[in-house]
Write a protein that binds this ligand. Structure first.
Ligand code: UT7
Length: 323
């Protein structure tokens, strides 16, 4: 019998401060109407001064441990997806490890921007499947507000801060009807490096820098590449779009989410969307959506959950799981 990673608990944390579109429209040339029509975003959460990515990650991880009834000492792997680490090094994951009271195992960061959670989940799933870890915490946490040029209306309206986490536990007995991660599928195409990037960094400018994006370019790639990786995930599991109970997509733009739902012929009642309230929280968006939909009872044991994401790199991926 093969090993499989089961998602046994979810957690979330959103900073207290909420910035509605109207408030942004006071400082940059935009309107609530434009932002809602083009993106579906109405507001975003923004971390307080001095509130760091590790603080957000810690709060979400603690919530996920509580939900799963797992003690921190029994976690033997922590993978933190983030683009906004507290410091250039060491890995922010190690700070979270210490705060949680997780004394053994390994903790490290994974960097795949908006696709970060899928990459971190795939990493932890591989460790579990190969017997290198039994209980893993996978966290997506971002203080993306720190990377924004608040005078650039093309980017500053799109992003928000937050963190989400899941606990994975190894269990024996996969099989077609078994619960847990069924498969993960990762891709990158570095030829599009400059389509969405931050114009700073320790090795280039020595500054943190700001987000730069060719929005239309990313949009075009998003629709095509997400459709392709979703096909790949379904085919790998001999499933059809009609078998998907829930689409839990990366939350960048409601128009991209609607496009994927249309492709899968899924009604809005089968799509978890948080983008209007959270905006794009990068690596945190999928685990935040999972925490919300599992917390309110939408995700039920045995259901097929499809996750997909794309972001800077370009990096994109998908995961199919039986909840
Ligand atoms: O997480 C993965 C990373 N990111 C994404 O997935 C983002 C993918 N791209 C998108 O979501 C969309 O391309 C955007 C939301 C970024 C932009 O929407 P769009 O429909 O592609 O708009 P656009 O870039 O074609 O801009 C249309 C117009 C432009 O004005 P002109 O040239 O037509 O006069 C922009 O200058 O809208 C203008 N504009 C704005 N107007 C008001 C751009 N940003 C704003 C704004 N408020 N915030």
């Amino acid at each position: 019998m093969s090993l499989r990673s089961q998602i046994i608990g979810c957690g979330a944390y959103l900073p207290r401060r909420v910035i509605p579109n109207d408030e942004l429209a006071k400082t940059v040339d935009t309107t609530d109407e434009w932002i809602v029509q083009r993106t579906g975003i109405s507001q975003r959460h923004v971390a307080a001064d001095g509130e760091l990515t590790s603080d957000l990650a810690f709060a979400a991880a603690r919530d996920a441990l509580r939900a799963s009834g797992v003690q921190p000492e029994s976690v033997d792997l922590l993978v933190l997806a983030t683009t906004t680490p507290d410091h250039t090094f060491p890995a922010t994951a190690t700070k979270v490890q210490a705060r949680l009271g997780m004394t053994g195992g390994a903790a490290f960061d994974v960097q795949a921007v908006c696709a970060g959670f899928i990459f971190a989940l795939a990493t932890a799933d591989s460790f579990i499947k190969t017997g290198q870890a039994k209980t893993a915490l996978v966290i997506g946490a971002e203080t993306f507000s720190r990377l924004l040029n608040w005078k650039d209306r093309g980017t500053c309206v799109l992003f928000g801060d937050g963190a989400g986490a899941v606990v994975l536990r190894a269990h024996v007995g996969g099989g077609a009807a078994g619960r847990g991660v069924l498969s993960t599928h990762l891709h990158t195409d570095g030829r599009a490096y400059n389509m969405l990037y931050v114009d700073g960094g320790p090795s280039s400018t020595g500054t943190t820098g700001h987000v730069r994006m060719d929005g239309q370019g990313v949009f075009r790639h998003a629709v095509a590449k997400l459709a392709s990786v979703v096909d790949e995930a379904l085919a790998a599991n001999s499933l059809n779009p009609g078998d998907v109970d829930w689409l839990v997509p990366h939350q960048a733009n409601q128009r991209i989410i609607d496009g994927m739902a249309r492709k899968l012929a899924l009604g809005p009642e089968k799509v978890v969307s948080t983008v209007s309230r959270h905006a794009n929280t990068s690596a945190a968006s999928i685990p935040l959506a999972l925490a919300e939909a599992s917390g309110d009872g939408r995700l039920k044991p045995g259901q097929i959950v499809l996750m997909e994401a794309i972001g800077g790199g370009l990096a994109w991926g998908a995961c199919l799981a039986r909840w």
